[in-house]
Every structure is written in structure tokens, then in C-alpha cells.
Design a protein. Sequence first.
Length: 140
Amino acid sequence: MKIMDENTVRVLAITASPGTVQRLREIFDRTRWVLSFAADCGEARQLIEQTHPAVVLCDAKLGDGNWREVLDKVRALDDPPKVIVTSNQADEGLWTEVLAEGAYDLLPRPFEPGEVFRVVSLAWRDWWHHHHEPARAATA
């Protein structure tokens, strides 16, 4: 059982692909990170409210929406998670679009464990610093 506190890396993966779910489980099982899954935007909305992830991995295309809709939903939150888009067709055009829209990064599939770890770690660290900076400024 993984113990959760404010320093626990909580990640929500939004994907309907069983292969992606399996691969992410294999990668995350080597960490102390907590990984949840949602198959679509509707399920993701509920899980985001329940689990308060710091990082969201989101397939570029979903059965009931896409990464832009997920990004719009999390922007409305008080403490929005960092959104990382995943795609089999991760080209320069999509990467530019993802960054221009305000997502954290684009992660190509098939996943390489080191790259997943690097990108998710950096996103979590960025979220953590943003999350804790107001508290530090108030006590200074």
C-alpha cells in the first residue's frame, strides 16, 4: 500500500487504451507514485475532484472529447494539475500546439520508462513549487 501525503506524486491517466494502461502500470509500479485511471473526460472530471492529482496524462483523442477539453476543465480549478498530452503521432506540430495551448508537455507513445519518469517528475516538481510558493511568501 502506498502512503499518501502532500509530497506524494499523484497522477491521473486518461486513456481508453488497455495497452497504455498496462504500460503505465509497469512503469509506475517501479515508483512510489500513485496512479489512477479514467477512460474518458466524464470519468476524469469525477476522479480529478476526488483524487486531486498533481499531474494528468491525457490521450490526445478520447471517446468523449480531447486533451483541449481536459485542459479547459482543469484550468477552472483552484489548484490545477499539470496536463501532459500523450499521442502515437507526437510530431513537432502537435508539440507546438500543446505547448501553445498551455499544457505542460507532449509525451510520445510508445512510452519509454525514463522519459515518462523525467517528464512526470518535472511536471510534478513544477506543480509542487507553484502549490507551495504562496505559503512560503506568506510566512516570509
